[in-house]
Design a binder for this molecule. Structure first.
Ligand code: SF4
Length: 233
């Protein structure tokens, strides 16, 4: 596999990810584009699991964009408090709902340019909303898992999400941009942990640039621990 070009490697990784994670649903709970937009805004620096605990009450209290645009910000803050950074999130969600009412006839916009006008909405959120609510692959969502795995797999040398996204857009077929992110996130959670990647049971190991180095590091660490334990005993 070492002779593969970067593009061939990316496509082989994509094939394996599809086999490993045949279903690639968004793990946020939502029923409308607005709910997905709000849930994605809440997911910044927070787990999807936690967001899914908060949104049923939030969406029940504010069932549509007009209700949300008229919300009291203090009440909104309390409802989203457990997702962290709640003051900022509440302020942005309120301002976003108000802009959707004022500038977009109450509908979540369906273009990257318009979505990026919404307060607190960056490319990551816009990519998720476009892909899952409207079936539009406008870019590749780069979250912390995608960033870590794309670097470890040797598909980018960049740290900045925008640069990583640009690299991935050149390597992957457009229809697969969003499902790549979702599947890589699954793999990050299941196997390629930030601190302890399980390279010995990773089905991408032969394609991974960092895997063998990480494996050696963890083997040496474990050998050192065993040797210390032997001396103590
Ligand atoms: S081989 Fe290791 S570092 Fe590479 S993707 Fe797999 S778990 Fe992550």
């Amino acid at each position: 596999m070492s002779r593969l070009t970067k593009k061939q490697k990316a496509l082989e990784i994509l094939t394996r990810l599809k086999r490993l994670y045949p279903e690639a649903p968004c793990s946020l709970d939502y029923e409308t584009p607005l709910q997905l937009l709000v849930a994605t805004m809440l997911s910044a620096q927070c787990t999807d699991e936690r967001v899914n605990k908060v949104t049923p009450t939030l969406f029940g209290r504010f069932p549509d964009v007009n209700a949300l645009a008229a919300a009291d910000v203090t009440e909104l803050e309390q409802l989203v408090r457990s997702t962290g950074f709640y003051r900022n999130k509440a302020k942005n969600i309120l301002a976003t709902a108000q802009m959707i009412v004022a500038d977009f006839e109450g509908e979540v916009p369906q273009s990257m340019t318009d979505l990026l006008r919404l307060p607190g909405v960056a490319r990551k959120t816009a990519n998720v909303v476009l892909a899952h609510a409207f079936g539009i692959n406008a870019g590749v969502t780069v979250d912390t898992h995608v960033k870590r795995l794309t670097n470890r797999l040797g598909l980018t040398k960049h740290d900045a999400p925008l640069k990583i996204e640009q690299d991935l857009m050149k390597l992957l077929p457009q229809p697969d941009w969003e499902n790549w992110s979702i599947r890589l996130i699954y793999h990050g959670r299941a196997v390629c942990d930030a601190r302890k990647p399980a390279c010995d049971r990773c089905e991408l190991a032969d394609l991974c640039t960092a895997g063998s180095k990480l494996d050696k590091t963890s083997s040496k660490a474990s050998a050192r621990t065993k040797s210390k334990a032997a001396k103590i005993s």
